[in-house]
Design a protein around this ligand. Structure first.
Ligand code: ADP
Ligand code: MG
Length: 445
């Protein structure tokens, strides 16, 4: 293990690191920091909770000069993640004199403009609001030397790619750029070549999306029984819990139910006002409340070390999402648990997720003696065709693999509009964004 001082970081930064209680560099930090400091582009893929933030943040702090304009730009898919990254950079950079502004939708422009007016060297942003600032001239990218896309596979995904392209076109060609995520599908790696120059790729445990340190279980039950079992699972838990639901509506419903059952829970989903979102997150982060019920808005990047259990109240709509969701537990080498509740109609989707899981899963139906009585779809078909070939695919649980950008690509928009409360639609044009961030207003989460 490498000590941070062996990575050549300045004393001011080392002081910040010490104050955070970090002792040794994690593997991704040890690997990536020297390369970024040498000025080479990087693709950094490593497990959830493995310390990717510090890998890019420390390199950036080392290279950036105080009072010389905005030199560092970090983009993240959600407001809460952007805020979290800023918070972490401020702690690392406490003694460097480097200032950070967070730019995201849902917050009035005033606060952000004030911060920018005072002068900053690093901007952490969600793409939509950054574009608003670029258009009104309150942020200029001419002095940028370092760019990071955190959760890069999402950032280069359909919903964001136009925004990212627009932003990168305004930044100098001569820059160090890096991409980070726990998941880096080959389609995205290929696409990244358009933006990076001869990047050094760190694909740590690339094949192993198993969720190391996470004890994973599943239970197949009727949808209407989920609430009852949810209570059974969360009751004995001492630490914090995140419950992920497939839609905003279900998120609100589950939170309401938990309140009725006298659990202290907060919710976060994209239709809530920004101040309520922040209120929920701050109650959860501070440990005032132990249960967060969330859409996938909280599935990526959010780091709350006390999270001990993740419940997938609904099966996630993409294999990748599963690993990001469960990765909210077992942070920084800790242990955690994940339970997925699978309704009968999601068995096919769950099987697709399950195929990607490389570790042993606990089958709670077996363990708890709960029988599955899924009606056989073949028996429901009118027996008009011989050979029983009445399309078990369309009538059954498997939705199959759609071509192109569906599940088979692993990425892109959902191939299942029903399972996802996606009202923002797919690709957006700059002209009709109406000042809204892709995830502001009516977001897909
Ligand atoms: P990732 O982005 O890889 O999911 P984060 O950057 O959010 O992970 O880091 C996960 C947790 O690990 C955070 O709480 C962070 O403060 C902590 N952490 C990061 N690096 C170190 C380190 N070198 N030593 C101890 N804790 C660390
Ligand atoms: Mg991260």
């Amino acid at each position: 293990m490498t000590k941070f001082q062996d990575l050549g970081l300045k004393e001011e930064i080392l002081k910040g690191i010490r104050e955070m209680g970090f002792d040794e560099a994690f593997p991704i930090q040890e690997a990536v920091i020297p390369v970024l400091l040498s000025g080479r582009d990087v693709v950094g893929q490593a497990h959830t909770g493995s310390g990717k933030t510090a890998a890019f943040a420390l390199s950036m702090l080392q290279e950036i000069q105080p009072k010389k304009g905005i030199q560092g730009l970090i983009m993240a898919p959600t407001r809460e993640l952007a805020m979290q990254i800023s918070g972490e950079i401020k702690k690392f950079g406490k003694y460097t004199g480097i200032r950070v502004a967070t730019v995201y939708g849902g917050q009035g422009m005033g606060l952000q403009l004030d911060a920018l007016d005072r002068g900053v060297e690093i901007v952490v942003a969600t793409p939509g609001r950054l574009i608003d600032h670029l258009k009104r001239g309150s942020i200029e990218l001419g002095d940028i030397t370092h760019i990071v896309l955190d959760e890069a596979d999402t950032m280069l995904d359909m919903g964001f790619i136009d925004d990212i392209q627009f932003i990168l076109d305004l930044a100098p060609e001569d820059r160090v750029m890096s991409l980070f995520s726990a998941t880096m599908p080959t389609t995205i790696l290929r696409l990244s070549e358009e933006y990076l120059k001869n990047p050094k790729q760190f694909l740590l445990d690339a094949d192993d999306l198993s969720g190391e340190g996470i004890d994973q279980a599943f239970l197949v039950i009727k949808d209407r029984d989920k609430m009852k079992y949810l209570i059974d699972f969360i009751k004995p838990v001492k630490g914090q819990i995140i419950v992920f639901c497939s839609t905003k509506y279900r998120t609100r419903d589950v939170a309401k139910f938990l309140h009725q059952e006298k659990f202290d829970a907060v919710a976060i989903e994209g239709d809530m006002s920004q101040s309520r979102r922040e209120q929920s997150m701050s109650k959860f982060r501070s440990g005032k409340v132990d249960i967060l019920v969330a859409t996938d808005v909280a599935s990526r990047g959010i780091d709350v070390p006390r999270v001990e259990l993740v419940v997938n109240y609904d099966v996630p709509n993409q294999e990748m999402v599963y690993f990001h969701r469960i990765g909210r537990t077992a942070r920084a080498g800790a242990k955690g648990r994940a339970i997925t509740l699978v309704s009968y109609s999601s068995v096919g989707d769950w099987n697709l997720v399950k195929r990607q899981i490389k570790v042993e899963l606990t089958d709670l139906n077996k363990e708890m003696g709960i029988e599955i009585s899924i009606p056989d779809p073949l028996k429901r078909q009118v027996p008009s065709r011989r050979y029983g070939g009445s399309s078990s695919r369309s009538g059954g649980y498997s939705r199959g693999r759609s071509g192109g950008y569906g599940r088979s690509g692993g990425y892109g928009g959902s191939s299942r509009g029903d399972a996802r409360d996606d009202r923002s639609g797919g690709r957006k044009k700059y002209g009709d964004r109406g000042g809204r961030n892709s995830y502001g207003g009516r977001s897909r989460w």
